[in-house]
Write a protein that binds this ligand. Structure first.
Ligand code: PCA
Length: 218
């Protein structure tokens, strides 16, 4: 993995009944800051199948980042949820912010079934766990906009043969968003920002680590 000095960090605008989206707020908090020597550039994407990819590609073209970290809200989770795979599939009954519903539809007909995250997912989980941050690893990012943009980003990076890590992180709701839900706590914005900072530090350090030397044969 080449050195990481410029990171594109994306979040999403509010959607459905969620009036605030912590992913955009985390981006706003980290925008312009330096984390482990890498400059963070945040962008907030529309929750719309027809508009989100153009907004992402525009930010990628302008910035030419050496890592892309995509974030969104998963209302049902209580942890920082690292996604392993982006599927070539839009599949949910929920409408996007333009009123579009997509069910059982490939994002790129004829394209690959999916793409792996190229973030060091297991290393990040271990580091967050060691720091006492609630963290989980999930197989895929669902069938809505988060999976959609994850697939689009990875497809573009793979298609252009860019050697830049890219992955998706689902964030839990804020405490005030789950106040009336029994047994739920949510996660404060400060804790989410701290968790994302540690995630970015882990990524930057992993990119700096020397490549393993070839095995000796003698
Ligand atoms: N979460 C949704 C889309 C936007 C967001 O923040 C999702 O999980 O697909």
């Amino acid at each position: 993995m080449p050195a990481v000095t410029r990171i594109l960090l994306t979040g999403f605008e509010p959607f459905l009944e969620y009036r605030e989206n912590p992913s955009a707020l985390v981006g706003e908090a980290l925008d312009g800051t330096l984390v482990a020597g890498a400059r963070i550039h945040a962008a907030t994407l529309p929750v719309a199948y027809d508009r989100a990819p153009a907004a992402l590609f525009d930010a990628m073209d302008r910035l030419r980042p050496d890592a892309v970290i995509l974030c969104g809200l998963a209302f049902e989770t209580e942890s920082i949820r690292l996604e392993r795979v982006a599927l070539n599939l839009d599949d949910t009954r929920h409408a996007d912010n333009d009123g579009t519903v997509r069910r059982g539809r490939p994002i790129l007909p004829g394209g690959p079934v999916g793409h792996w995250s190229t973030l060091p997912v297991d290393l990040i989980r271990d580091r967050l766990e060691a720091a006492g941050t609630p963290v989980s690893v999930s197989r895929d990012a669902g069938g809505y906009l988060c999976n959609h943009i994850f697939f689009q980003a990875r497809q573009r990076i793979a298609g252009a043969r860019l050697d830049i890590p890219c992955g998706f992180v689902h964030l839990p709701p804020l405490p005030e968003q789950v106040r009336d839900r029994q047994g739920r706590t949510g996660m404060t914005l400060l804790d989410q920002v701290r968790a994302m900072t540690l995630l970015i530090e882990t990524l930057v350090e992993a990119a700096q680590a020397p490549a393993p030397s070839p095995a000796r044969t003698s």
